[in-house]
Design a protein around this ligand. Sequence first.
Ligand SMILES: Cc1ncc(COP(=O)(O)O)c(C=O)c1O
Length: 397
Amino acid sequence: MSLPVAQRLVRIPPYPFREVAMLKAKLVKEGKRVLDFGIGDPDLPTPRFVIDALCAAANDPTTHPYDESGYGIPEYKQAIAAFSKQRFGIDIEPEGEVQGCIGSKEALAHIIWAYTDPGDIVLVPDPAYSVYKVQTMWCGGAAFPMPLDPQSGFLPDFDAIPLSVRKQAKLLFLNYPNNPTGAVASKEFLAEAVEFARKWGMIICHDAAYCEVGYDGFQPPSILEIDGAKDVCIEFHSLSKTFNMTGWRVAWAMGGKEIVDALSRVKSNVDSGTFMAIQRAGIAALENYAEWAPKMRAQYQERRDALVSGLRTLGWPVDPPKATFYVWTPVADGYTSMEFSKALLEEAGVLTIAGTAYGEYGEGFVRWSLTIQAPDKMGTIQEAVEAIKSKLNLTWA
Ligand SMILES: Cc1ncc(COP(=O)(O)O)c(C=O)c1O
C-alpha cells in the first residue's frame, strides 16, 4: 500500500546533507576519490574521559529508567550552571533555567513549536541551519528572512526589518558563531539584539552550538552575558561539536524560566529525555572542559590556517573565520554556488557545500568544513588545493 505523506512533508525540500551523503556514496562507488569538506561532523573520537564516564554510568542500573524529571538530572544541570559561571561569568539556576536536550537540534525545533501559532512570524537568518525555517513552516508560521551579507559582517540588519513584521514576530533566531559563514557576534551586537527583542516583544533563540570553537584566543560570548537577557532569551548549547559527541545526542538550553518551561512542556509531550548515563558522561565532559577545549581548538586552527593559506595561493580571496570549523569562500567568476560546488566535486574531487543549501542569500559562496574524515588531514587539504589548481582555471574579480 502506498499512502501519501502529509502535505507538511511534501512542502519541504529534502534535508540537504542527506543528498550530499548520497552523492558522495555514488562517486565512491564509481571508484572516484572524494576529498570531503562537506558535512560538519567532528572526525576525531570522543575523549576517553567521556567514554569512561559513560561505561561506568551504564554499569549502574539506576541510570536505566526514564529520567522522570523531564528537565535533566540535577547533577547534569548543576554541571551546566558551574560551566556557565566559569566560562561566561553568568549565574544560571540549575532548577528552572536549564533544560537538558537530546542534541540541540530537537530543542531548536521544539522551541518553535512552543511559541509559533499558524500565521505567526519567526525572524530567521539567511543563510542558516535549515531547522529554524523548516520547523516554522511546519507550525504554519512564516519565516521572515534576515539576510546575512559580507558587508555587514554576516550580522542581520534589524533596521531593515519592516515595522509590520517587527510587530508580528514572536521569535528571532540568531546563531553565533555562525554556521555556515563562520562569522562571530560582538557583545555590542548581542546587546543590540536584546534591546530590539525587548522593544518589539519577541524572544531570541540563540543557537550557540559552535560557542567553544574559537580561534586565536577568541572566546565567543553567550547572549546571556547581556544585562536582562534572561527576560527575552533562550540559548542552545551542545556537547556535539565541543567534545566530538555528535552521535551521543546531548545538549542543553538555558535562559529565562518561563521560556525554558515552555520548551520543557513541548518536550515532555514528545520525548522522554536523554539516557541518564549519557547525562553523566556529559558532566564528565563539562568538568574536563578547561583541559580539553584548547586542544580541540588548536587542531581546527591548524587546519583552518592550512586551508586558507592554500586557497590564497590560488588567488582566492578567503577570510579566515574567527570561530566554527567552517570556511565560507566566495565562488569563482562565472559560477553560481551550485555550479561551483559541482565543478569542484566533478573536476577536482573536492566536496564542499553550495551556499544556497543554507538559503538564497548563501548564493555566491561555498562552505568548507574543517572536519576532515580522511586519516591524513593536512595531506587532504594540500591535495585539495593542488587538485583545484591543476584541474580548474579559476579567477576572482
Ligand atoms: C548551527 C547548528 N546548530 C545546531 C546544530 C545541531 O547540533 P546538535 O543537535 O548535534 O547539538 C548544528 C549541527 O550541525 C548546527 O550546525
